[in-house]
Design a protein around this ligand. Structure first.
Ligand SMILES: Cc1cc2nc3c(=O)[nH]c(=O)nc-3n(C[C@H](O)[C@H](O)[C@H](O)COP(=O)(O)OP(=O)(O)OC[C@H]3O[C@@H](n4cnc5c(N)ncnc54)[C@H](O)[C@@H]3O)c2cc1C
Length: 415
């Protein structure tokens, strides 16, 4: 292939591979550039739960059967709250609840990269690190890339930054960026032998949180996000002891003492929220390059798949048909904002570490007490409905009614 393409995509992880496959399926010639040289490279800093919202894209890519064959676990997440467990169940006589998938990145990333590499029209170039953008007449026209110490240029009608949270493309593009602090730590480890953990579980300790997600190959990821102010010095002084004490103290805690830890304790003390404008002239950002939000909600992988799909829906026909990509880029930016802005604002606000507000208390307490309210929460946490719909006047009224008629388990019977 020559070094002139319809699309150059920087980063061959979730967002980049998904975009490459979808563009190529429309007939576009795609260069997919990845700085790592190994086909099996994967993102270590991730607890890899995929939300139900991204399942349609996973299916479109043809990835679902491959992941299930590789042992990915379907899940509907259960949540511990101080009002009890929220355990969403199928509604009798209706479609089953939409499920997500848990699959380790060491399984997911190589499978998806191979799928992209095998898609006609995709030219995957491993060991290619992008370090510059080409510009002409006020629009981006390609990238500068280094491979094995040699510099070269690739041109394209669309440049896509899918290069993650620390995006070089985003930085070089000069697109506006909004940063905010995340006042939580994030640590996790993989265990074998937590066989009783069949559901994905999240603990909302208000304001701290923890998770246990069963994955492929009998591995459960156990994670915690304690607030920095109270826990940072203890986690710095004794990571293993602090992590294990935190997990053991959870209500209905995963029995980590009976299980085998099969990874190091992995994590980070600093993960700010980063939101970039997702497009410029001749350039788009997808996945974390556009929006890297608090990992506590387990949404980044799903949004990487989904933003790739939104971009291809908006500009794919123009890219593949040699039309003008600029109007489609505006449409992509608007779709991205409409779909993710309200979710991210709430996540950003919660990452400052605050107790639940009055609406969250109302909706979560009702979800712990009522099957319909639990399904409503599931739709929100799965990112299938937005904040406005989750906390609509009707939902708040229904939650208030649930709570008004709720009687604690040990209350004396009504006469
Ligand atoms: C602690 C933690 C836990 C998380 N847990 C979850 C979870 O449970 N569920 C969830 O949905 N999300 C989770 N996330 C978020 C999730 O990991 C990301 O949202 C997701 O990986 C984003 O995918 P991406 O393809 O946009 O970027 P990435 O997966 O970061 O991939 C970027 C790719 O670009 C390549 N690259 C970078 N720079 C260049 C360059 N200059 N040239 C060429 N290639 C380059 C990289 O090598 C990499 O392959 C978590 C994040 C963290 C930090």
């Amino acid at each position: 292939m020559s070094d002139d393409y319809d699309v150059v995509i920087v980063g061959a992880s979730i967002a980049g591979c998904a975009a490459a496959i979808l563009f190529a399926n429309l007939g576009a010639r795609v260069a997919l550039l990845e700085k790592h040289s190994g086909m099996d490279a994967y993102k270590v800093l991730c607890t890899h739960t995929l939300q139900p919202s991204c399942m349609p894209v996973v299916k479109t890519l043809g990835l679902l059967p491959l992941l299930e064959e590789a042992g990915a676990r379907r899940h509907v997440t259960h949540l511990w709250t101080r009002w009890g467990w929220i355990e969403p169940q199928d509604e009798p006589g209706r479609e089953p609840l939409p499920h997500g998938l848990n699959v380790r990145r060491q399984t997911l990333d190589p499978l998806l990269r191979r799928l992209a590499a095998g898609t006609p029209g995709v030219d995957l170039r491993l060991g290619h690190s992008v370090n510059g953008l080409l510009e002409e007449d006020g629009r981006f026209t390609g990238v500068r890339v280094t491979a094995k110490g040699t510099q070269s240029r690739l041109t394209a009608r669309l440049v896509v930054g899918a290069d993650g949270r620390g995006t070089t493309v985003g930085d070089l593009s000069g697109l506006p960026v909004r940063l905010s602090a995340n006042n939580r730590l994030g640590f996790f480890a993989q265990y074998r032998g937590l066989a009783e953990d069949t559901a994905s579980r999240v603990w909302f300790l208000d304001p701290d949180t923890a998770f246990a997600f069963p994955n492929d190959d009998g591995v459960t990821v156990v994670a915690c996000s304690p607030n920095k102010e109270q826990h940072a010095s203890a986690f710095r002084a004794d990571l293993e002891g602090s992590f294990e004490r935190f997990v053991r103290a959870l209500p209905d805690a995963p029995r980590i003492d009976r299980a085998e830890r099969v990874s190091k304790i992995i994590g980070t003390r600093d993960l700010p929220n980063v939101y970039r404008r997702p497009y410029g002239p001749g350039l788009a950002l997808v996945g974390d390059a556009a929006l890297a939000t608090d990992p506590l909600w387990g949404v980044g992988c799903g949004w990487a798949f989904q933003s790739a799909q939104w971009l291809v829906d908006a500009v794919g026909p123009a890219v593949a048909g040699q039309g003008d990509v600029l109007p489609g880029l505006d449409a992509y930016g608007e779709k991205h904002r409409a779909a993710l802005d309200s979710h991210h604002k709430l996540m950003e606000d919660y990452s400052a570490v605050r107790p639940f507000n009055v609406f969250e208390r109302l909706l979560l307490s009702a979800a712990a007490r009522d099957a319909g309210a639990a399904r409503h929460y599931h739709a929100f946490a799965s990112r299938l409905i937005d904040v406005k719909e989750f906390a609509s006047p009707g939902s708040l009224l229904r939650a208030a009614r649930v709570n008004a008629f709720h009687r604690p388990r040990n209350a004396p019977p009504k006469i």
